[in-house]
Write a protein that binds this ligand. Structure first.
Ligand code: NI
Ligand code: MN
Length: 223
Protein backbone atom coordinates (compact mmCIF):
# COMPACT_ATOMS: atom_id res chain seq x y z
CA UNK A 1 0.00 0.00 0.00
CA UNK A 2 1.20 3.50 -0.76
CA UNK A 3 0.75 6.78 1.05
CA UNK A 4 1.30 10.51 0.78
CA UNK A 5 2.39 12.02 4.11
CA UNK A 6 2.52 15.79 4.57
CA UNK A 7 5.62 16.88 6.47
CA UNK A 8 4.54 20.56 6.39
CA UNK A 9 4.70 23.38 3.79
CA UNK A 10 5.67 21.74 0.44
CA UNK A 11 7.48 18.78 2.03
CA UNK A 12 6.02 15.33 1.48
CA UNK A 13 7.07 11.75 2.13
CA UNK A 14 5.51 9.49 -0.47
CA UNK A 15 5.51 5.70 -0.62
CA UNK A 16 4.83 4.44 -4.12
CA UNK A 17 5.50 0.91 -5.44
CA UNK A 18 7.48 0.23 -2.26
CA UNK A 19 9.83 3.21 -2.75
CA UNK A 20 10.09 6.14 -0.33
CA UNK A 21 10.28 9.54 -2.02
CA UNK A 22 10.88 12.86 -0.28
CA UNK A 23 9.80 16.01 -2.10
CA UNK A 24 11.15 19.43 -1.06
CA UNK A 25 12.28 18.37 2.43
CA UNK A 26 12.43 21.71 4.26
CA UNK A 27 12.21 20.79 7.93
CA UNK A 28 14.77 22.79 9.93
CA UNK A 29 13.30 26.27 10.41
CA UNK A 30 9.93 25.21 9.01
CA UNK A 31 7.40 26.33 11.65
CA UNK A 32 4.96 23.61 10.53
CA UNK A 33 7.50 20.77 10.15
CA UNK A 34 6.25 17.44 11.40
CA UNK A 35 9.74 16.18 12.21
CA UNK A 36 13.42 17.18 12.09
CA UNK A 37 15.77 16.23 9.23
CA UNK A 38 17.40 13.66 11.54
CA UNK A 39 14.07 11.94 12.17
CA UNK A 40 13.01 11.60 8.56
CA UNK A 41 12.72 8.08 7.10
CA UNK A 42 15.63 7.22 4.78
CA UNK A 43 14.34 7.95 1.26
CA UNK A 44 15.13 6.08 -1.96
CA UNK A 45 14.63 9.31 -3.92
CA UNK A 46 14.60 13.05 -3.16
CA UNK A 47 12.89 15.38 -5.65
CA UNK A 48 13.67 19.11 -5.54
CA UNK A 49 11.28 21.48 -7.34
CA UNK A 50 13.46 24.62 -7.11
CA UNK A 51 16.20 26.18 -5.03
CA UNK A 52 14.24 28.56 -2.78
CA UNK A 53 15.23 27.71 0.78
CA UNK A 54 11.71 26.55 1.72
CA UNK A 55 12.04 23.80 -0.94
CA UNK A 56 15.73 22.87 -1.28
CA UNK A 57 15.62 22.91 2.51
CA UNK A 58 17.56 20.08 4.17
CA UNK A 59 18.02 18.06 0.95
CA UNK A 60 21.83 18.10 1.04
CA UNK A 61 22.06 17.08 4.70
CA UNK A 62 19.50 14.27 4.32
CA UNK A 63 21.10 13.06 1.07
CA UNK A 64 24.58 12.86 2.59
CA UNK A 65 23.27 10.86 5.54
CA UNK A 66 20.96 8.45 3.67
CA UNK A 67 22.34 8.28 0.09
CA UNK A 68 19.18 8.47 -2.04
CA UNK A 69 19.05 9.42 -5.72
CA UNK A 70 18.47 13.19 -5.80
CA UNK A 71 16.57 14.62 -8.77
CA UNK A 72 16.65 18.30 -9.71
CA UNK A 73 16.79 20.55 -12.73
CA UNK A 74 20.21 20.41 -14.42
CA UNK A 75 21.76 23.56 -12.92
CA UNK A 76 20.69 22.66 -9.38
CA UNK A 77 21.95 19.09 -9.88
CA UNK A 78 25.40 20.48 -10.68
CA UNK A 79 25.42 22.60 -7.52
CA UNK A 80 24.36 19.53 -5.49
CA UNK A 81 27.36 17.62 -6.88
CA UNK A 82 29.59 20.54 -5.87
CA UNK A 83 28.16 20.24 -2.35
CA UNK A 84 29.16 16.56 -2.22
CA UNK A 85 25.91 14.78 -3.11
CA UNK A 86 27.03 11.79 -5.18
CA UNK A 87 23.88 10.18 -6.64
CA UNK A 88 22.31 12.98 -8.66
CA UNK A 89 20.01 13.03 -11.69
CA UNK A 90 19.92 16.36 -13.53
CA UNK A 91 17.01 16.77 -15.92
CA UNK A 92 14.93 19.50 -17.50
CA UNK A 93 11.33 20.51 -18.20
CA UNK A 94 9.44 17.85 -20.16
CA UNK A 95 12.14 15.26 -19.58
CA UNK A 96 11.52 11.91 -17.99
CA UNK A 97 13.88 9.64 -16.13
CA UNK A 98 13.66 6.09 -14.85
CA UNK A 99 14.63 6.39 -11.19
CA UNK A 100 14.61 3.18 -9.12
CA UNK A 101 11.82 1.65 -11.27
CA UNK A 102 9.63 4.76 -11.11
CA UNK A 103 9.12 7.15 -14.01
CA UNK A 104 9.85 10.74 -12.96
CA UNK A 105 8.66 13.46 -15.35
CA UNK A 106 9.72 17.06 -14.79
CA UNK A 107 6.84 19.41 -15.65
CA UNK A 108 6.68 23.24 -15.82
CA UNK A 109 5.94 25.54 -12.89
CA UNK A 110 5.43 29.31 -13.24
CA UNK A 111 7.63 30.78 -10.55
CA UNK A 112 11.22 32.03 -10.00
CA UNK A 113 14.44 30.49 -8.73
CA UNK A 114 18.09 31.44 -8.12
CA UNK A 115 19.46 28.96 -10.65
CA UNK A 116 17.77 26.68 -13.15
CA UNK A 117 14.00 26.91 -13.60
CA UNK A 118 11.26 26.00 -11.15
CA UNK A 119 9.53 22.70 -11.85
CA UNK A 120 6.88 20.27 -10.73
CA UNK A 121 7.03 16.47 -10.89
CA UNK A 122 4.86 13.62 -12.05
CA UNK A 123 5.86 10.43 -10.28
CA UNK A 124 4.48 7.54 -12.30
CA UNK A 125 4.24 4.18 -10.57
CA UNK A 126 2.10 1.06 -10.96
CA UNK A 127 -0.01 1.99 -7.92
CA UNK A 128 -0.64 5.64 -8.83
CA UNK A 129 0.58 8.75 -10.64
CA UNK A 130 1.33 11.53 -8.18
CA UNK A 131 1.78 15.19 -9.14
CA UNK A 132 3.70 17.61 -6.93
CA UNK A 133 3.10 21.04 -8.46
CA UNK A 134 5.97 22.82 -6.67
CA UNK A 135 5.49 26.56 -6.36
CA UNK A 136 3.46 27.76 -9.32
CA UNK A 137 1.02 30.30 -10.58
CA UNK A 138 -1.92 29.20 -12.66
CA UNK A 139 -0.90 27.67 -15.99
CA UNK A 140 -2.55 25.35 -18.50
CA UNK A 141 0.07 23.03 -19.92
CA UNK A 142 -0.30 20.49 -17.14
CA UNK A 143 -3.43 19.21 -18.86
CA UNK A 144 -1.36 17.94 -21.78
CA UNK A 145 0.92 15.99 -19.46
CA UNK A 146 -2.12 14.63 -17.62
CA UNK A 147 -3.67 13.40 -20.87
CA UNK A 148 -0.60 11.21 -21.34
CA UNK A 149 -0.26 10.26 -17.68
CA UNK A 150 -3.63 10.59 -15.91
CA UNK A 151 -3.03 11.98 -12.42
CA UNK A 152 -4.27 10.06 -9.40
CA UNK A 153 -3.19 12.42 -6.60
CA UNK A 154 -2.27 16.10 -7.00
CA UNK A 155 -0.41 18.16 -4.37
CA UNK A 156 -1.28 21.79 -5.08
CA UNK A 157 -0.16 25.09 -3.49
CA UNK A 158 -3.02 27.31 -2.30
CA UNK A 159 -1.34 29.95 -0.09
CA UNK A 160 -1.41 32.84 -2.58
CA UNK A 161 1.18 35.65 -2.74
CA UNK A 162 3.98 33.36 -4.05
CA UNK A 163 1.70 30.79 -5.72
CA UNK A 164 -1.90 30.19 -6.74
CA UNK A 165 -4.57 30.96 -4.16
CA UNK A 166 -7.49 28.65 -3.32
CA UNK A 167 -9.75 29.79 -6.17
CA UNK A 168 -7.00 29.59 -8.80
CA UNK A 169 -5.83 26.25 -7.43
CA UNK A 170 -9.36 24.86 -7.62
CA UNK A 171 -9.67 26.00 -11.24
CA UNK A 172 -6.21 24.53 -11.95
CA UNK A 173 -7.31 21.14 -10.60
CA UNK A 174 -10.27 21.33 -12.98
CA UNK A 175 -7.84 21.34 -15.91
CA UNK A 176 -6.67 17.80 -15.21
CA UNK A 177 -9.26 16.34 -12.81
CA UNK A 178 -7.24 14.05 -10.56
CA UNK A 179 -8.95 11.48 -8.31
CA UNK A 180 -7.62 13.26 -5.21
CA UNK A 181 -6.28 16.79 -4.58
CA UNK A 182 -4.33 17.72 -1.44
CA UNK A 183 -3.65 21.41 -0.63
CA UNK A 184 -0.16 22.49 0.48
CA UNK A 185 2.07 25.60 0.82
CA UNK A 186 -0.32 27.52 3.09
CA UNK A 187 -0.48 28.64 6.74
CA UNK A 188 3.27 28.12 7.21
CA UNK A 189 3.60 31.84 7.98
CA UNK A 190 1.08 34.72 8.02
CA UNK A 191 1.83 35.85 4.42
CA UNK A 192 0.38 32.62 3.00
CA UNK A 193 -2.61 32.20 5.26
CA UNK A 194 -5.41 30.33 3.50
CA UNK A 195 -8.54 28.36 4.28
CA UNK A 196 -8.34 24.91 2.64
CA UNK A 197 -12.15 24.76 2.67
CA UNK A 198 -12.15 27.59 0.10
CA UNK A 199 -9.97 25.32 -2.05
CA UNK A 200 -12.37 22.43 -1.47
CA UNK A 201 -15.32 24.60 -2.60
CA UNK A 202 -13.45 25.69 -5.74
CA UNK A 203 -12.51 22.10 -6.60
CA UNK A 204 -16.16 21.06 -6.15
CA UNK A 205 -17.11 23.72 -8.70
CA UNK A 206 -14.42 23.07 -11.31
CA UNK A 207 -13.73 19.36 -10.82
CA UNK A 208 -16.71 17.72 -9.09
CA UNK A 209 -15.27 14.22 -9.52
CA UNK A 210 -12.14 15.10 -7.51
CA UNK A 211 -11.99 14.35 -3.80
CA UNK A 212 -10.19 16.98 -1.71
CA UNK A 213 -8.21 15.56 1.19
CA UNK A 214 -7.09 18.14 3.77
CA UNK A 215 -4.14 16.92 5.82
CA UNK A 216 -2.42 18.29 8.91
CA UNK A 217 1.38 17.99 9.02
CA UNK A 218 2.20 14.39 9.99
CA UNK A 219 -1.03 13.00 8.52
CA UNK A 220 -1.13 10.64 5.55
CA UNK A 221 -3.48 9.80 2.72
CA UNK A 222 -3.25 6.09 1.93
CA UNK A 223 -3.95 4.57 -1.44
NI1 NI B 1 9.53 29.31 -4.28
MN1 MN C 1 7.81 28.23 -1.67
Amino acid sequence: MGYVKWLGHAAFEIKLDGKVILVDPWLRGNPKAYCSPEEVNAPDIILITHDHSDHLGDSVEIAKRTNPTVVAIYEISESLRDKGVSDVVGMNIGGSAKVKDLEVIMVPAYHSSHIGSPAGYLIVGKEATIYHAGDTGLFGDIKYYAELRPITIALVPIGGLFTMDSLQAGYFVGLFKPKVAIPMHYDTFPAIKANPEDFERAVKKYSPSTRVVILNPGESYEF
